[in-house]
Ligand binder design. Structure first.
Ligand code: HEM
Length: 471
């Protein structure tokens, strides 16, 4: 028995040594690769990279390696040899060379959930066409003519349920953000029965983005089911709209069906495009809304100045309930500083994921081999004391003079987020109606953490009091 155990241990040890050797041989021998470690066979350093961490401080995985190796290092993440860059200029170079030296490439599993025609996967002509469609849908004129009023209506309706309650800001923001985007993209009303169904399917999809195991009962399985249901709904809507055309609709699906270029998109491409739009807009915007409120609650001076900006806009209105106009939105300068500062500290999306299309040499003479992944980390740059004075402080006033050269919460180059202005508008309108109607107080201590996405551990519960009872 003992002999059997010993030979089993020896066999396993030999296998580990063999795997480690094969692992080492994967490195191109003659190239001047950046320093760093490839970690364990197969998993590399992925588990440490993904470890839960607090928000608003440098990511420990990266900070540790930057201290040891410098601003560019090699590692192995999500099954691929990877270069992580925290060098502000090289990051800009990576983003600017999208489609030339680098191409968008996210971890396996994302494509299965978002679909093979999602915008993150699309490249070349298809990406250009999809991008043009989103740019035209979210242009300033549409924000002004369509979105401003519909978002206001949704915010007011949501807040009408808050008075005298303890609400979890994170849940409310997620609900609002979803209601807004599903309205913009599919023309669906928040209260409608099919909106509730698609919301449930979509939340299963988003929050089931875990280890891609297709085993019944797992969160990933439920996520994939949610995706199938959404795709089925989009297909039904396309069929209905094709048989009963109605050009008065102003949502994104209608634009895809009417647009000359869009006509060439297949049904599968349209469905994946819609799933991607919901995905791109929903959790990102909800997180920024939640974190803005979290930072404001902890910074009374910023909260007071923001409230003054919004009360002043209200004082210039003919009646207390008069809707906001585009010019009112343009007055919200300090609000935009608050949004910038929230995005800088939060890093809703922490990095861009790319793949090198050819060998690329860095200024230091390192080579990024063709086919290697490149992770351009934004967190490290947004918290870099050489670029931002007192980088861990919430200081919206810095944006009066702060350079935006290395500020990339919405990425940069040909993949720059086409929904950035829509997101800013939604956050600003939510802040306006909260701050002019209510006073919020934290109901419990809470903490923001990063585990795949940014989340408040308890959802940021707050007690809501009507402002007229205080002022
Ligand atoms: C605070 C909220 C948001 C943040 C932080 C954010 C961030 C980003 C980032 C970082 C990228 C680029 C990823 C890369 O370079 O690989 C991106 C792409 C994109 N985002 Fe946003 N986003 C937000 C809200 C929105 C909204 C509301 C929409 C509306 C649908 C939207 C639509 C898109 C689209 C269509 C792309 C793909 C652009 C392309 O590939 O050409 N985003 N977003």
């Amino acid at each position: 028995m003992e002999a059997l155990t010993l030979s089993w241990i020896l066999a396993m040890a030999a296998l580990c040594v063999f795997l480690a050797l094969v692992w080492r041989l994967r490195l191109p021998p003659s190239m001047n690769l950046p320093p760093g470690r490839m970690g364990w066979p197969l998993v590399g350093e992925t588990l440490e990279y993904l470890a839960t961490r607090p928000i608003g401080v440098p990511q420990p995985f990266i900070a540790k390696r930057v201290a040891r190796y410098g601003s560019i290092f090699k590692t192995h993440l999500f099954g691929c040899p990877t270069i992580v860059t925290t060098d502000p200029d090289f990051n800009r170079f990576v983003l600017a060379n999208e489609g030339k030296l680098f191409q968008s490439s996210y971890p396996a599993g994302v494509d299965r959930v978002l679909g093979k025609f999602s915008m993150v996967q699309a490249s070349g002509e298809l990406h250009k066409r999809m991008r043009a469609l989103t740019v035209s849908f979210m242009q300033a004129q549409s924000l002004k003519d369509n979105f401003l009023q519909t978002i206001q209506a949704r915010v007011i309706s949501l807040l009408s349920t808050w008075e005298g309650r303890v609400v979890k800001i994170q849940d409310e923001a997620q609900s609002l953000s979803f209601d807004c985007i599903v309205g913009h993209v599919l023309g669906m009303d928040p209260g409608a029965e099919n909106t509730k169904t698609i919301k449930e399917d979509f939340f299963n999809l988003v929050y089931g983005l875990t280890i891609p195991l297709r085993i019944p009962g797992t969160r990933y399985w439920t996520a994939m089911k949610g995706r199938q249901n959404i795709v089925r709904l989009v297909e039904q809507m396309v069929a209905e709209r094709t048989t009963k055309p109605c050009t008065a609709r102003k949502d994104f699906l209608q634009q895809l069906l009417q647009d000359d270029n869009g006509k060439n998109l297949t049904l599968e491409q349209i469905s994946d495009f819609i799933v991607f739009m919901l995905f791109a807009a929903h959790d990102t915007t909800a997180t920024a809304m939640t974190m803005a409120i979290k930072y404001l609650l902890a910074n009374p001076q910023a909260l007071n100045q923001l409230q003054e900006e919004h009360l002043e806009i209200r004082r210039n209105k003919r009646s207390p309930d008069e809707p906001l106009e585009w010019n009112d939105y343009l007055q919200m300068t300090f609000t935009q500083h608050v949004i910038n500062e929230t995005l800088r500290l939060t890093n809703v999306l922490t990095s861009a994921h790319r793949i090198a299309l050819q060998d690329v040499q860095t200024e230091e003479g390192y080579v990024i081999p063709k086919g290697w992944k490149v992770v351009s980390s934004w967190t490290t740059i947004h918290l870099n004391p050489k670029l931002y004075a007192e980088p861990l402080e919430f200081n919206p006033w810095r944006w009066k003079t702060q350079s935006v050269k290395y500020f990339t919460p919405f990425s940069g180059g040909p993949r720059f987020c086409t929904g950035s202005e829509l997101a800013r508008l939604e956050i600003a309108l939510l802040l306006h109606f909260i701050i002019t109607k209510y006073s919020l107080h934290p109901a419990e201590d809470d903490e923001a953490v990063y585990f795949g996405t940014v989340k408040m551990r308890k959802g940021l519960p707050v007690t809501v009091t009507k402002l007229s009872q205080i002022l």
